[in-house]
Design a protein around this ligand. Structure first.
Ligand code: 5GP
Length: 252
């Protein structure tokens, strides 16, 4: 394999220079981290699963008119994406209380929220991605008011689409995290969905049993992490045999 220029290495993914200007290759690692890197592991096959699940979701969002950075999957661990300027926000959408909102506001985990809630966190590991208000975002120029409006409406569209898509396969979408970027096209700039959408960035519970099928299995030491991700892929019809998902050979 020819050596490519590494643009950025994150906790779960690496970005390489793409084959054409304005493109990048997004490589999915098997590394899992939680609690801002305090807990680490390698989960064999996780990157392969997230590459496929994120491809499936981004493609389907594109089909319903949500602009994304996704171009196409290249192989079992890589996808070609458009180069965007990442907006330094983690945009969280919640339907059911869990995780930090339960801790922060004392709402029991599993309680349905009165309506879907969109939150913004400033994307900064050394500060633990703190929750911020729109006032901070505009005052510090992280995004404009127009971009915030676009982000909220896109996030709610993603929520509607994903909630229905997962419900159809017996999964409840509890919450998820999105990232957005600025796509420059000539004189135009567009806000598009970037990064990934996978069980690493969503909370997914079985509709019947409330069993967790996401990264909380890793965060809370529940075991069978890749098996749960493979079950999500299997239910979405991405693959036929759940146990084979963890095996790179199955994806060639
Ligand atoms: P919470 O704020 O409750 O910890 O997380 C809310 C949702 O956003 C969960 O689905 C969680 O997986 C996702 N999320 C929050 N922060 C991050 C992050 O830094 N990386 C990823 N992959 N997901 C995150």
């Amino acid at each position: 394999m020819s050596r490519r220029k590494k643009i950025y290495e994150g906790k779960a993914k690496i970005l390489y220079e793409g084959p054409e200007p304005g493109t990048l290759v997004q490589y999915f690692k098997d590394d899992a981290t939680a609690f801002n890197n305090k807990k680490k592991a390698t989960l064999e096959g996780k990157g392969v699963l997230n590459n496929r699940i994120s491809e499936f979701i981004m493609l389907n969002l594109g089909r319903v008119g949500v602009p994304t950075h996704f171009i196409r999957r290249l192989n079992m661990r890589e996808q070609l994406v458009r180069e965007v300027e990442i907006i330094p926000l983690e945009v969280i959408c919640r339907n059911v209380a869990a995780g930090s909102i339960s801790q922060r506001l004392g709402i029991p985990e599993g309680d349905a929220l009165p309506r879907s809630i969109v939150e913004f966190c400033y994307k900064n590991d050394s500060l633990n991605d703190p929750l911020v208000a729109e006032e901070h975002i505009t005052a510090f120029n992280w995004a404009s008011t127009q971009e915030i409006d676009d982000i909220i409406s896109l996030t709610l569209r993603v929520n509607d689409f994903l909630s229905g898509m997962f419900a159809a396969v017996g999964i409840r979408l509890i919450d998820f995290k999105l990232e957005f970027g600025r796509l420059y096209e000539g004189d135009m700039v567009r806000t598009v969905l970037a990064d990934e959408i996978s069980p690493d960035s969503c909370r997914l519970w079985d509709i019947e049993t409330n069993e967790k099928m996401d990264k909380d299995r890793f965060r809370r030491d529940l075991g069978n992490v890749t098996e749960a991700y493979a079950e999500v892929a299997r239910r979405l019809g991405i693959m036929k045999e759940a146990p084979r998902a963890a095996n790179d050979e199955a994806w060639k």
